[in-house]
Design a protein around this ligand. Sequence first.
Ligand code: HAM
Length: 479
Amino acid sequence: MQFLNKARICPASGSLSSQSMPVLGTLLDFLIAVRVKLSVYFFILIHFSCNEEIILSIKALKGFKDILPDEVGHWQFIEQTARKIFHRYGFEEIRVPILEKTELFVRTIGESTDIVEKEMYTFVDRNGSSITMRPEGTASVIRSYIDNGLYVRGSVQRLYTIGPMFRHERPQKGRLRQFHQMSVEVLGSNRATIDTEVMAMAWQILQEIGLQASLEINSLGCAACRPSFKEALQTFLQERIQHLCEDCRRRSSSNPLRVLDCKSEHCQAQYTSAPSILDHLCEGCSQHFAEVKQTLSQLDVPFAVNAKMVRGLDYYTRTTFELITTELGSQGAIGAGGRYDGLVRQLGGPEVPGIGFALGMERLVMLLSQKSRQDLGPSLDLFLITLGEKAYEKGFVLLQKLRALGLGAMMDHEGRSMKNQMKQADKQKADFVLILGENELTNLEAPLKDMRSGEQELVELPPAFEDWASSIKTKIRQK
Ligand code: HAM
């Protein structure tokens, strides 16, 4: 009421009053009352619809993707295949944190790389420290190698790690902000045959997953020969500086190699006639590269030399490589790596050379799903169909005993019809179905259906219930 009374008081202009304008005052009351009611109505409406919207509309962040049960089979297959091969080559798993001090990535990946300049998820934590969500795995593995003195375990360490990485890139097909890598690092050997072995392993992983890619290799030289290449490149860039993008202009003096990695097509067109690093390699790097090529051929790993490949991270020396597919549009690199002989020293560790690579799991999964629609998820040994409450109760206990014996076993808990339970068994990819009803409990024999061949036979159920599970297991294992 206070509000309404106030409304009747003359406004600042002083031209209206409740006495001189009674009709207008009533009209005002009405409008205000209606407005208040409408406001309350809209408040309730918005409040409830907002609440509803909040519940319904929390979506995943852009560039962050769920891996759903229907897709996870491909992920598991890829991961299991890679793990098997890593172990075959003597690699051990290492798991490193997702968060690291920002400085670690700035010092290793390089200040003027796209990753550090534009793509890192960096924030100040509650203690005021600058923290970054790892954009790649190598820096963290090396940090851990030094931190934990892993070099005392042996002169050569073969490590692999699998997990999510984070880069704030523009999301598109095959490019996410949270993506997953399977990566390996060999620390402690500078032999060219190790480069070849590592590439051959990456090649074998792709083959065993059933994918094809082309292997492109290059050498980025070392601290001795790179300066002469940098100089030649800088002269080349100066001659066409006005045709380059802003990033390339800036990097042409601070870190000229980086320009060759520019994503602009316009810049790339300028670089077709750029000097080649391969013309500047010193004797040692030249020999190393020649041996890599020779031994790759000996192992029948096909490759092509791509002298323009510089990679997007600053730590590389000598051999670099990429595994490329043409089947994923512009995001064709399904894996990449190279040698980084100065990195451990640069991070305060001993003088230890290193080489490694990472495979991008999203891209592998995409390729695999394009090739095979087959669901690679886990299957079940047995689906137990029960008909009636008594069979359900018995089956419930039997199921647990089967699982304790190591069988993958499921049943229906919702009292569905025989037909629907059969459908469920099919969906769970069960190899066998055992049907348990009142008759089976009385006669102590139950039909066992082999879902792969369609054959059905009766299984004897021993007089003692305790023995049912092992008897069923024996029958299944005989098949
Ligand atoms: P990288 O080339 O930055 O190298 O990444 C390796 C692979 O990760 C790429 O070839 C690609 O398949 C995948 N990848 C990279 N960014 C994304 C993204 N935004 N979305 C989806 N997949 C992506 C490294 O990370 C080095 N640490 C590799 C290495 C290990 N070098 C020596 N050791």
